[in-house]
Design a protein around this ligand. Structure first.
Ligand code: WAQ
Ligand code: MG
Length: 266
């Protein structure tokens, strides 16, 4: 029996920290043959993106049989015409409301992302899970949150995305955010998501929902602000913590742009 080189895939995860505090991270899901290249890229990014502050960069590789990978279609991208932070947040809240997220819940999310969640006012390493109705925080470790991993965009879709949106070097932020959002939205208990970056210079954020797409909003915060985060709003009646957190963390998912298929993968 011959084994094709793309029968085995690899989840490559990177995180940087200093004095025990999380600084940055990244994740890819790639054919095993290219894992060493992607791991080196993530290592380089971990070292350079933290401006010399990282004391430790941890790389983790997990092998994944191709048969275990679920393919989902990327959310549609919509650009909202907001121009100020209050504008963007009002629009975000009104979209979330129309998707079944209560104002209490969206206020909890916005305030937590704005102020950072740890006692030091630092950003979390992962996402908050918030009851879309009551606004209650549901993740078991509110200090760290849930890190969504084992996810990537297919190679053909990455190429199509770069051709349309540019390469966004050194880091394809929008592609990565759309990829994460598309995996998160694929979970049936998820109603919506809200995110903006913790990078002081990156002020674009988004709200997303499975049926309504990925809505970009600029600016979601003032330039120079070092906090950011992600909130996943769930329907508590459908949410099963063990099953759903396992899906977000470990279920291998490839995201494909609508209309683009990976011919090499036949
Ligand atoms: N899983 C869960 N939460 C994460 C993950 C992940 N894999 N990666 C980041 N986070 C959380 C964590 O709390 C970070 O502090 C926060 O999100 C922000 O992460 O132009 O760059 O990587 O359309 O700084 C969105 C807009 C950019 C892109 C988001 O987030 C666009 C961004 P960052
Ligand atoms: Mg960041």
């Amino acid at each position: 029996m011959s084994e094709r080189s793309d029968d085995i895939w690899c989840s490559v995860r990177m995180r940087t920290s200093a004095s025990g505090a999380h600084l940055s991270g990244g994740e890819r899901l790639v054919p095993l043959v290219s894992a060493h290249v992607r791991a080196a890229e993530l290592l380089q990014r971990g070292i350079s993106s933290t401006g010399g502050r990282a004391a430790s960069v941890v790389l983790t590789c997990d092998l994944v049989p191709a048969d275990d990978i679920l393919t989902v279609t990327a959310l549609e991208i919509i650009t909202e015409p907001a121009t100020t932070v209050p504008d963007s947040r009002t629009r975000a809240q009104s979209l979330l409301r129309s998707w079944g997220v209560s104002d209490v819940a969206s206020r909890v999310a916005i305030a937590s992302i704005e102020h950072g969640v740890s006692p030091m006012g630092r950003s979390m390493r992962g996402a908050m899970i918030i009851d879309a109705a009551s606004g209650a925080r549901l993740e078991d470790d509110p200090e760290r949150g849930v890190r969504v991993s084992f996810v990537d965009m297919t190679e053909a879709s990455c190429r199509a995305f770069s051709a349309e949106h540019g390469d966004q070097l050194p880091r394809p932020r929008m592609r990565e955010a759309l990829t994460l959002a598309s995996k998160i939205a694929a979970l049936p208990s998820v109603r919506a998501e809200l995110c903006w970056s913790d990078d002081p210079d990156y002020v674009t954020g988004y709200v997303a929902c499975r049926s309504e797409g990925y809505h970009r909003l600029t600016p979601m915060k003032q330039a120079g602000v070092p906090t950011g985060g992600r909130a996943i709003f769930v329907d508590a009646r459908l949410y099963d913590p063990l099953r759903d957190i396992e899906f977000l963390r470990r279920a291998p998912v490839l995201v494909e742009l609508s209309g683009v298929t990976d011919t090499e993968e036949a």
